[in-house]
Write a protein of this length. Structure first.
Length: 202
């Protein structure tokens, strides 16, 4: 997938780009930035890790159960998928965000319809993450200007991963958001948007 992203840049005749990756996207972005440094203006890494997830650095027991439960019924109805997503988002998203809205329902419905009747993509995503090798050596080689953003309360990828990345990537900047979990809702984004804009101007 990293080489696919670079192929898109080449096709569009984009010589250098700001690379930003979140969660699994951040894992793919690490490979892009390490393997294709000449393509990178800046690197922003949010809620991600260079290590293979484990009980020590990965999801809490409650989140693991919710994620596994999701894979047990790939033929769930739209309403079942929405309710399942609510439970997961309640655990990994910003505390207090109202998920009982038409906007949330429609966003999950649209995502489900785009993915097809069988909700198996998520299971394949988890398998890919668990099956990937750690990227510690690759990350050590990164020299692009790097901003690392992570939630202090992230129950999916523990915050210790951000500190490790900060130590591995020379001259990287670390921004820990006190009340952020894994997702980026408006109350979270407002806490790092200025840092991000300054970073992107480098």
């Amino acid at each position: 997938m990293a080489s696919d992203a670079v192929s898109v840049l080449d096709h569009l005749k984009i010589d250098k780009a700001h690379v930003l990756g979140i969660s699994m996207g951040g894992m793919i972005a690490q490979i892009i930035v390490a393997n294709y440094p000449a393509k990178v203006k800046t690197f922003t890494l949010i809620s991600s890790t260079a290590s293979t997830p484990s009980p020590f650095n990965g999801p809490t027991r409650k989140v693991r159960k919710l994620l596994m439960d999701r894979t047990k019924n790939p033929n769930a109805t739209i309403d079942e998928r929405v309710e399942r997503s609510k439970k997961i988002f309640k655990e990994i998203g910003y505390k207090g965000i109202d998920l009982n809205t038409d906007e949330f329902y429609e966003s999950i419905k649209t995502s489900a319809e785009r993915g097809g009747t069988e909700d198996t993509g998520f299971g394949r995503q988890i398998t890919s993450i668990l099956g990937s090798k750690n990227r510690l050596d690759k990350v050590r080689s990164i020299t692009s200007p790097t901003l690392i953003i992570h939630g202090a309360e992230d129950p999916l990828i523990k915050v210790k991963n951000a500190y490790k990345l900060n130590n591995l990537i020379k001259d990287s900047t670390l921004k820990i958001i006190p009340d952020m979990r894994h997702l980026i809702e408006p109350p979270v984004f407002i806490q790092f948007k200025d840092d991000l804009l300054i970073h992107l101007k480098k």
